[in-house]
Design a protein around this ligand. Structure first.
Ligand SMILES: *Cc1c(COP(=O)(O)O)cnc(C)c1O
Length: 650
């Protein structure tokens, strides 16, 4: 385990426990590094949201929002969306590009499109379509379903609709109908074959299509999704195939329909160098197409604009080594410099930023149900051991009593040896259950001493550093990783996690998080750290009140990838909007799945379930196990259970 600076701070401050402040918490959890100005800690020790960004003083506290949800009867876990943040993200993207375009004197415009796959929820797409229309912000689709969703929400005819994905005849017809209705709906060829289908259907329907191609670039990007870019990427046309498209369109006298060049490097590209080299290569291809006589006019750079999840501002996978302004400036500058060399007019630049548009706008809130840890082996040890205890247990006890900073490693080694001996002897029946338990208690007491002492060493051996993780408490959270944070499980993506209140108190418990599936994969044991990754997070001891944690920046990709592991369903979703006067409007409440909903999704029929339960209960009445009126009560309980939330309810 790495000892990040957070850890060192923690140690330094252990001695000044009473003086722990909200400021210290802000630093410990790095909220100002990853919060992008939307999140901070108040002097009262609560996480606060700045719905209009940090340039605006107005903020609202997350515990207040939670109180409001409670009053409305919405149980944890809740996915909280803050609509203002989505608006702010769209505005910022356009402002960044506009600044770059104006300051560099670029002649084309910027047209953003939102890739529906990043968050397909109707309320998200509707918001983007309506709010985005002031910037002509469009949508990117990858399937027929997404195309229909896009057309149903889109209103602005200046906005682009970009059709990626493999297209059949029906997909193409739907797109051509959209063109007839006045939408700027582009077909991007992912495979050469699609061209013939587009030509045939557009001729039959009498519509001039807007055609683009996805190019396989030689440039590749690092990061989680690096396989989607590069020459070996699954999708897109090689330059040779693109030349065939040019020739074919020329033969049909349709080069005026060739309007767009697209590429997609992959999502979450952490390094600006990769972004720059890809845009330069693509611009060369673009210029070549113009000189071949294609009408063009649009250069679509796909997604990839990363989110700084860990706030480290580095080229680490969960970060990015550039700002949004740098991203925009570098792109505009690169396109411009290459096209000016060859005298090609500047196209409209399209980007398909998904993650950077929606990640900030949702947070997952949940309560902690229980903690297990040190209590499992209490360390109230006797002062001396009875002579009758087995020798290995007495030796272990001696090691514990004799532990000093100087013999730390030796004691640690001895402890492991004796513990294994005790276990072996227990298996052979030479150590009793009670003796083994005594041994385990001494062992863990010794480990806790090692953990404390080791922090005084100048260099902590890796083996000893690992103890912190082993000794960490397990905090059981009322959520499911599989449902709400699928990328945390599937690709080990890091999200910022922190308590949303009590931040004036010192968080004295290094912990890992487990969800309520009690599945060994249903846990979070990797946390952000500016130096790398931490294996524990510092949390507060439970004090009898509800303890709430938030997982932040979860608006992108997490909602529909989630699955029904253990039949834990969709969480409640609450959308709020903060008005300029600071009042909070609870705009939408979507109740999460009920037990009946999730059972239906795996083909159980809730009505049939009740019939079967009625029969089972009737049988029990006949056997004299329960009375008819007890049967009534039991059936009521099952019916309520079917209607209830799938998560832990207090
Ligand atoms: C997934 C995807 C995107 C979105 O990428 P982000 O990194 O989330 O911005 C854009 N375009 C295409 C073609 C995609 O497949």
């Amino acid at each position: 385990m790495k000892r990040g600076i957070y850890e060192d701070q923690r140690l330094a401050r252990k001695h000044t426990l009473q003086r722990w402040s909200a400021e210290d918490s802000a630093e410990l959890y790095g909220i100002r590094n990853w919060g992008a100005g939307y999140f901070d800690v108040s002097a009262e020790g609560d996480v606060v949201v700045y719905p209009f960004g940090r340039s605006h003083k107005l903020n609202v506290s997350v515990p207040d929002i939670i109180r409001g949800m409670k009053e409305r009867g919405l149980d944890m876990p809740v996915l909280l969306r803050i609509e203002n943040i989505l608006e702010s993200r769209i505005s910022l993207l356009h402002k960044s590009f506009r600044n770059a375009i104006e300051s560099l004197g670029y002649q084309g415009g910027y047209r953003g499109v939102f890739p529906i796959k990043v968050n397909q929820q109707q309320q998200v797409i509707e918001k983007i379509a309506t709010y985005g229309s002031m910037y002509h912000h469009g949508l990117e689709v990858g399937s027929k379903a997404e195309l229909i969703a896009a057309i149903s929400q889109a209103q602005d005819k200046e906005a682009c609709i970009v059709c990626n994905g493999y297209k059949d005849e029906e997909f193409i017809d739907l797109g051509l109908h959209a063109v007839r209705m006045g939408f700027k709906c582009f077909f991007v060829l992912e495979m050469p074959r699609e061209l013939e289908l587009i030509l045939r259907r557009s001729q039959q329907m009498g519509v001039r299509p807007l055609i683009g191609t996805r190019v396989k670039l030689a440039s590749k990007a690092g990061g989680h999704w690096s396989d989607s870019g590069g020459e070996l990427s699954t999708f897109g046309l090689t330059t040779a195939q693109i030349m065939d498209v040019v020739d074919r369109l020329q033969k049909e006298d349709m080069l005026d329909c060739f309007r767009l060049l697209h590429y997609h490097l992959g999502s979450q590209v952490p390094n600006i160098r990769d972004i720059r080299s890809a845009v330069m290569e693509a611009t060369r291809v673009y210029a070549g197409l113009v000189s071949e006589g294609a009408a063009m006019g649009y250069l679509d750079l796909g997604g990839g604009l990363a989110v700084d999840y860990d706030g480290s501002h580095t080229n680490f996978v969960s970060s990015r080594n550039y700002t949004q302004d740098e991203y925009c400036t570098d792109i505009v500058e690169a396109v411009m410099s290459i096209l000016d060399e060859t005298g090609v007019p500047h196209p409209h630049i399209i980007t398909e930023s998904g993650r950077a548009t929606v990640a900030y706008y949702s947070m997952l809130l949940f309560n902690i149900l229980d903690v297990s840890g040190a209590e499992a082996f209490p360390d109230n040890l006797p002062d001396t051991l009875d002579e009758s205890e087995p020798e290995m247990i007495r030796n272990l006890f001696e090691a514990f009593r004799g532990l000093t900073l100087r013999n730390l490693q030796e004691c640690y080694n001895d402890a492991l040896y004796y513990r294994d001996e005790i276990r072996r002897n227990f298996l052979d029946g030479r150590v009793t259950l009670r003796q083994r338990t005594l041994g385990e208690r001494i062992f863990w007491a010794l480990m806790r001493r090692v953990a404390e002492e080791k922090d005084k060493l100048r260099h902590v051996p890796k083996e000893l550093a690992e103890i912190d993780r082993v000794l960490a408490d397990v905090y059981y959270g009322n959520f499911s990783v599989f449902q709400s944070l699928p990328d945390s499980w599937a690709i080990e993506q890091l999200f910022p996690v922190m308590p949303v209140h009590r931040l004036r108190e010192f968080p004295d418990r290094p912990a890992i998080l487990s969800d309520i599936t009690c599945d060994s994969d249903g846990r979070i044991d990797r946390f952000i750290d500016p130096q790398g990754v931490r294996n524990t997070i510092d949390l507060h001891s439970l004090n009898g009140e509800e303890y709430y944690l938030g997982v932040f920046l979860v608006g992108a990709y997490q909602e529909t990838l989630g699955d029904l592991h253990n039949l834990l369903g969709d969480t409640n979703v609450v959308s709020i909007r903060v008005e300029e006067d600071g009042s909070i409007e609870y705009r939408r409440e979507l109740l999460g799945d009920s037990v009946a909903d999730v059972l239906s999704s795996v083909e159980y029929d809730p009505r049939r379930i009740m019939e079967q339960l009625r029969d089972t209960a009737e049988q029990a009445v006949r056997e004299g196990r329960i009375t008819p009126s007890e049967r009534y009560g039991i059936l009521q309980a099952y019916e309520n259970g079917l209607r209830g939330y799938t998560y832990f309810e207090r």
